[in-house]
Ligand binder design. Structure first.
Ligand SMILES: Cc1cc2nc3c(=O)[nH]c(=O)nc-3n(C[C@H](O)[C@H](O)[C@H](O)COP(=O)(O)OP(=O)(O)OC[C@H]3O[C@@H](n4cnc5c(N)ncnc54)[C@H](O)[C@@H]3O)c2cc1C
Length: 411
């Protein structure tokens, strides 16, 4: 890693901020005041990208180029342990980087969200030294991209029912089975997979986690087409795939704890996205009401205010989780509250949209910024399912916050 001129172990926050700004000034244009102007620019507001394979490959290549530039300048893993390629600085330095970078037009890093937000923290917490050394630095430089191989056709909310088998053969495990809804598997190099290693144990106890090479013989990735038209996730089939025992995460049959580490990070990543529809989109909603001649309708105004207020509430709820993480604590039900506030406000938003747009929401008449919202509408159900469904989040809040009796689980 090439670091900036300053001694990274001694660097003050003030000097760090100067270094960040110097680096970003050298590579990116600044954001101008992005006041939304109705009818100008792209009217895309979808939640899942709609791309051809060629467009996706180009987006991933651009994302990688930027990730490498950032890493090589010393800003790719600011808080990571130096032993594994991180810079070993406190979280406050990451916050400085994020807040300065918000002033610049940074290329999207979304292809690495799952790998860096969920898989890498799990590797750091549970993997062998060999795996930490082999993968953590390349993941933060985007030389290796990771995906999450948890869900199966008959195991989603009830993840512990999963059936993909791993059987020990010498110092390797042989994996057979099927995963589903694997986001980004098509461009991933490794996957965090949870397998059943002891079918005779109670279901939460017979599971083990591994890091699997997505290019290994016997791994087959098949894209799944969504109702929005794109294909951002996949089915992944495993036929006699060999994983070295060194690539095991945690103990044999200790995979449930490994999965929980990842799921905690997943809820933080989804809920922590700022909450609600975001101020930029709020501005779009206000302008949409104006363009439709509905801005003076008292009911529409009330519902707009409701969406924007809940957007702020969701953002503050997420800040509570982030504050706990910053203080070195493990957030619990706050993650579920954060995720639920995000999706509840998405539902409020599409209800508002259907009142403001009426049939224009589902019939394209070519008007800028109207039918485009149909992509948002079609993406909301996926958001209500990904990372734990709304109903499962309600159960967690009911049990852990309100102290209600536990959800009965079928044997
Ligand atoms: C956009 C998106 C991306 C995803 N990416 C990935 C990925 O990268 N890797 C991965 O492994 N998985 C991924 N998933 C899968 C996701 O984790 C599962 O869809 C989710 O856990 C729900 O599982 P399921 O689809 O099997 O639904 P089920 O668990 O079968 O649920 C069906 C319905 O039953 C309800 N339900 C289930 N249990 C209860 C209960 N106890 N109480 C009340 N209601 C209940 C649910 O709320 C839901 O409405 C993704 C999903 C989406 C939508």
């Amino acid at each position: 890693m090439t670091t900036t001129a300053t001694d990274t172990t001694q660097i003050t926050e003030e000097q760090f901020e100067v270094d960040v700004r110097t680096f970003l000034d050298a590579h990116l244009p600044r954001r101008t005041a992005e006041n939304f102007v109705w009818g100008q620019g792209s009217d895309y507001v979808g939640l899942f990208p709609e791309r051809t394979p060629e467009e996706e490959a180009s987006d991933v290549a651009n994302a990688k180029e930027w990730a490498r530039t950032v890493f090589d300048a010393g800003f790719g893993w600011i808080t990571g342990p130096p032993t594994y390629g991180g810079r070993g600085l406190p979280r406050s330095y990451q916050r400085i980087y994020n807040s300065v970078a918000a002033d610049y037009r940074t290329p999207s890093q979304s292809p690495f969200g799952i790998g860096l937000g969920m898989v890498a923290p799990t590797i750091l917490a549970h993997a062998t030294e060999e795996v930490k050394e082999a993968y953590l630095q390349p993941m933060h430089r985007s030389d290796i991209v990771g995906c999450q191989l948890f869900s199966e056709p008959a195991a989603g909310s009830d993840l512990a029912s999963l059936q993909t088998r791993a059987v020990l053969d010498g110092d390797e495990w042989i994996v057979n089975g099927q995963k589903v809804w694997t986001s980004g598997a098509q461009y991933s190099d490794i996957g965090e997979i949870i397998c059943r290693t002891d079918p005779d144990q109670p279901k939460h106890r017979g599971l083990t986690g591994f890091v699997v090479d997505m290019h290994a013989p016997g791994v087959e990735v098949r894209p799944l087409r969504q109702m929005t038209g794109g294909a951002t996730f996949n089915e992944v089939f495993f036929t006699d795939v060999r994983i070295p025992d060194t690539h095991r995460l945690g103990d044999v049959n200790g995979g449930w704890a490994v999965a929980l580490t990842t799921l905690m990070n997943e809820r933080a990543a989804i809920g922590g996205g700022g909450g609600g529809v975001g101020l930029h989109s709020s501005q779009r909603l206000i302008e949409l009401a104006r363009a439709q001649g509905r801005a003076n309708d008292p009911l529409i105004r009330q519902r707009l205010a409701d969406v924007i207020i809940h957007d702020r509430v969701a953002a503050y709820t997420n800040l509570r989780s982030m504050a706990k993480i910053a203080a070195g604590q493990l957030p619990g039900p706050e993650m579920s509250l954060g995720k639920l506030s995000l999706t509840a406000n998405m539902v409020r938003t599409y209800e508002l949209l259907s009142s403001v747009l009426g049939p224009e929401l589902i019939a394209d008449n070519g008007r800028w910024g109207t039918y485009a919202w149909s992509e948002f509408l079609l993406g909301v159900p996926g958001m209500r399912v990904a990372g734990g469904t709304d109903e499962v989040m309600h159960n967690i809040i009911g049990e852990r916050v309100l102290g209600l009796p536990k959800d009965p689980t079928p044997k």
